[in-house]
Structure formats: structure tokens, C-alpha cells
Design a protein around this ligand. Structure first.
Ligand SMILES: Nc1ncnc2c1ncn2[C@@H]1O[C@H](COP(=O)(O)OP(=O)(O)OP(=O)(O)O)[C@@H](O)[C@H]1O
Length: 297
């Protein structure tokens, strides 16, 4: 089996008394486009900063491509990181950015970078400060990809972009992935975007991983069950209730079949990605209707 892109065990980051990330255990296979979703302050940037080696864990283990993040120059070259707010140098031209990239990165693919800039229609002489938000994002993406990393990490790459620029950026990203055979982890607030481009999902809320896995598997393992009240109380082992809603007569459950056996559950209906993510986010905030156990207590 190939080395996981990201592997963590009980990964924790604290700032003083505040826990930004708690006990995160993840195993992400290579070749995925991973969507990291969660509300403000959930710990997304913290996880990405740990993965890129910008910060060190308080406790727990993290390996990126089988090694400690930012362990040495080879490991640094293997990971391209684009922080929030698409960091480019306002006073430098597009061409200056490419020269700088070439100078700083031993694995720099100049032909690839120049070809991308031409295809995007960016004027090499233009100062980065005069580019639009979408163009800045595209420039940052080009620079990160031209390092020819094995993993690209983006912290909310499309947050500041209008819908058209967002779509163009994500389209571009998918082209890169196919062209460079690179793994990608990106954080986003937009579940629709994640659905469009990602094949693996991590839901983070309240500093904890709520659920993670290949999107296809997660969708196949989550179900909505509706039945007369009382009929859904006994579920097979390994089927976890994520949310429960009751009326006088009827119970609606969102459940996660964690057995991996694709259990046949009576009356099971599918759950869309957005509903699934929101169910986990609501549960983390304690906003769900009471669970069956709580109702019986
Ligand atoms: N350097 C720091 N010092 C102290 N607290 C921090 C630091 N960095 C992050 N935090 C706190 O850790 C928590 C997680 O922050 P983080 O930036 O990882 O969240 P996020 O999910 O990326 O949020 P957003 O979607 O708003 O970017 C927050 O409560 C934040 O205030």
C-alpha cells in the first residue's frame, strides 16, 4: 500500500489553555483531493499549519508523506502550501514571482509555470498588487504547483473570490491534479465546492474531527431512517445515531453504518453531502434534537 499523504494519531495543538485541535486521528491515502470543512474557529488552519510544518503539535503524532512535516529540504519541496489570503508580493511582477520561485525551489518546473501563466492570460509584467483576487489566487496556485510537490495544501483558497472566479480556480485545480498527479488538501466553508472537486472529506468542528473518509464511502454509509415512533429504537451494532428528530408519531434518524458491511436498514433513504455535513456540525454545536437515549432517560 502506498504511504498515506497525511497520517495523524491523537494530534493535539493547544495555545495556552485553548485547544485549537484535539485528538485528531486521520489516515488519508495518496491521490485524493481532500475537502476540510468546518465552521470558523474549528481548527482547520491549525491542522493545515501542522501538516505544512509551520507549527508543531502540543502532543500526538503527525506524518505527511510518511515523514515529519518540514523535516528537511526534501520534505519541504514535497509539500506546497498556500496560506489564507493568497499570499503574493504586491510590489513584484508576475514574472518576478516566477523567478523567485525558480530561485527558491530546487524542483521548480519553469516551463510548467510559464505555460500556466500564458494559459491564464496573466501579463508577466503586471505587478501582483494590481491583479484581481481571482488572478492572485491563480498565481499563488501556479507557484505552489510549479514546485512539483507531491502534496498541495490550500487554506480557504476561494474564500475571497466571486462565484465565477471560484469556479475557474477550482477547474484549474482539477486540471493541475490530473496533470501533476498530486494530492490536495483544501479547506473551505462551501460544501458545494467540496462536493464538486473533492473525493475525500474531513469534517472538523469544536476542534475535533467529527467524521472523515472517502466521500463515496461516507455517502454509502449514511442513511435517513423514518419510522413510527419506537420502531427505530433497536439498531444493529455499529450503526451510530448522528441525529434524531421525533414527532408524536414518527422518528427520523440520520445514522452512520460504521460496520463497513453496507447493512440493509429497513426504510433507509440516502443522505446528501450537505445534509450529512450539516448534521455533524449541528451535533457538534449541540443543536440537534435530543437523541433516542436522551429521550428515554
Ligand atoms: N496563534 C494562535 N494563538 C492563539 N489561539 C489561536 C492561534 N491560532 C488559532 N487560534 C485559535 O484556535 C482555534 C482554531 O483556529 P483556526 O484558525 O485553526 O480555525 P479555522 O477553522 O481555520 O477558522 P476559520 O474558518 O475562521 O479560518 C480558534 O479558536 C483560534 O482563535
Amino acid at each position: 500500500m502506498s504511504t498515506p499523504v497525511l497520517s495523524t494519531t491523537a494530534l493535539t495543538k493547544r495555545y495556552g489553555k485553548h485547544t485549537a485541535l484535539a485528538e485528531a486521528t486521520l489516515d488519508i491515502p495518496a491521490g485524493r483531493i481532500v475537502g476540510l470543512v468546518g465552521p470558523n474557529g474549528a481548527g482547520k488552519s491549525t491542522l493545515l499549519a501542522l501538516a505544512s510544518g509551520l507549527i508543531r503539535p502540543t502532543s500526538g503524532r503527525i506524518e505527511v508523506l510518511g515523514r515529519t512535516p518540514a523535516a528537511d529540504s526534501a520534505q519541504l519541496a514535497d509539500v506546497g502550501f498556500v496560506a489564507q489570503d493568497t499570499p503574493v508580493y504586491a510590489g513584484l511582477s508576475v514574472a518576478d514571482h516566477l523567478s523567485l520561485g525558480e530561485h527558491l525551489n530546487p524542483t521548480w518546473d519553469d516551463a510548467f509555470a510559464r505555460d500556466r501563466i500564458a494559459r491564464l492570460g496573466l501579463d508577466p509584467a503586471k505587478k501582483a498588487g494590481r491583479l484581481s483576487g481571482g488572478q492572485k489566487a491563480q498565481l499563488a496556485l501556479t507557484i505552489a504547483a510549479a514546485k512539483r510537490p507531491r502534496l498541495l495544501i490550500f487554506d480557504e483558497p476561494v474564500a475571497a473570490l466571486d462565484p465565477l472566479a471560484r469556479r475557474a480556480f477550482l477547474q484549474n485545480l482539477m486540471e493541475f491534479v490530473a496533470e501533476l498527479e498530486v494530492s490536495v488538501i483544501l479547506s473551505s466553508h462551501l460544501i458545494g465546492d467540496v462536493e464538486r472537486v473533492c473525493d475525500h472529506l474531513i469534517v472538523l468542528a469544536e476542534s475535533r474531527v467529527q467524521v472523515a473518509g472517502d466521500i463515496e464511502d461516507l455517502l454509502a454509509a449514511h442513511h435517513r431512517l423514518v419510522g413510527p415512533r419506537g420502531t427505530l429504537d433497536a439498531l444493529p451494532d455499529g450503526v451510530k445515531v448522528i441525529a434524531a428528530d421525533h414527532t408524536d408519531r414518527q422518528t427520523t434518524l440520520i445514522v452512520h453504518d460504521t460496520t463497513g458491511d453496507h447493512l440493509e436498514l429497513p426504510g433507509a433513504d440516502s443522505v446528501g453531502l450537505e445534509d450529512m455535513v450539516l448534521t455533524y456540525l449541528h451535533r457538534a454545536e449541540g443543536l440537534t434534537a435530543p437523541t433516542l437515549q436522551e429521550t428515554r432517560a
